[in-house]
Ligand binder design. Structure first.
Ligand code: CP
Ligand code: NVA
Length: 308
């Protein structure tokens, strides 16, 4: 029976904190958790959750994952802890390290997450920053792998804003050697250092394509993926972004240009008639709720590998 192996890195701040071998290992462990073939007891280990932004899936899936692993969680609401009153990250991190065995953090600046990791003596997990959402990418590729048993020929097209979700898809896609196409409006392309890192990993450089043309990007694609146009923290940019993202809605016309068996993914929450039409969202191609469920299995696998 397969057992979780310790990861080389102590933290999971970026999709690139793990190797190709480790991504495959986490996906394999996740499948075993999902199929109830694996039972790991973390013996009351405690996960601290710090969420500076809203969350449904990430928060609940981490809580349920810890509970299934025989551990527990403490949800540190920044507004009722000293975090919201400006206690320095380096002090919070050192204190929490004395109570918790692992800490998952959702915040704005990626550099704040790195500051937590610098001062924490316990593993730190990225539960989403403005730059990356690596836990999401693990669940996404688990979902893709359930549909397409061999990743070799899968084409994944992401249509939307080139920020956190797209960035982690690019990096994890590079590790797995999957063709990733990103279509976003001009000025909303993924972070250039992320693209550079991905190209350094891809053996075949043609497998990563960044374009401003969604119609070209979906041609023959097996997976169509989108995310909100205005992310958390961008509430005041909604009107402007709605204008720029016109033409980037996943609708039946775009879907008809993809592979005939293409599936639809969305990290959620979704805004119908913005990034995706209700018709496509509710269509038989939708694997969005399997994807949401897979957050649980992927994070259970991640935690068991980090805390082994
Ligand atoms: N996909 C995702 O991270 O969802 P939440 O914001 O609800 O956690
Ligand atoms: N890009 C979105 C993802 C939500 C899970 C955001 O940052 O709000």
């Amino acid at each position: 029976m397969i057992k979780p192996s310790k990861l080389a890195n102590n933290n999971f701040l970026s999709s690139l904190d793990i190797s190709t071998k480790e991504v495959f290992h986490i996906l394999e462990i996740a499948k075993n958790f999902k199929n109830k073939n694996l039972n790991i007891d973390l013996n009351n280990k405690v996960l601290g959750l710090i969420f500076d932004k809203s969350s449904t899936r990430t928060r609940v899936s981490f809580q349920v994952a810890m509970s299934r692993l025989g551990g527990t969680t403490i949800d540190l609401n920044p507004t009722t802890s000293q975090i919201g009153r400006g206690e320095p990250i380096k002090d919070t991190a050192r204190v929490l390290s004395r109570y918790c065995d692992v800490i998952a953090i959702r915040t704005f600046d990626h550099s704040d997450l790195e500051e937590y990791a610098k001062w924490s003596t316990k593993p730190v997990i990225n539960a989403l920053t403005d730059l990356e959402h690596p836990c999401q990418a693990l669940a996404d590729f688990l979902t893709i792998n359930e549909e397409f048993l061999d990743f070799k020929d899968v084409v994944l097209t992401f249509i939307g804003d080139g920020n956190n979700v797209a960035n982690s898809l690019i990096l994890c896609g590079a590790l797995l050697g999957i063709e990733v196409r990103i279509a976003c409006p001009k000025g909303y392309e993924p972070n250039s250092s992320i693209i550079k890192k991905a190209y350094e990993i891809y053996k075949n450089k043609d497998l990563l394509k960044i374009t401003n043309d969604p119609n070209a990007a979906v041609l023959g694609a097996n997976v169509l993926y989108t995310d909100v146009w205005s992310s958390m923290g961008e509430e005041n940019k909604k009107a402007e972004k709605d204008k720029y993202f016109k033409g980037f809605t996943i609708d039946n016309d775009l879907v008809s240009k993809a592979d005939k068996d293409a599936i639809i993914l969305h990290c959620l929450p979704a805004y119908r008639s913005k990034e995706i039409t209700d018709e496509v969202f509710e269509s038989k191609r939708n694997r969005i709720f399997d994807q949401a469920e897979n957050r649980l299995h992927a994070q259970q696998a991640l935690l068991s590998c980090l805390l082994h």
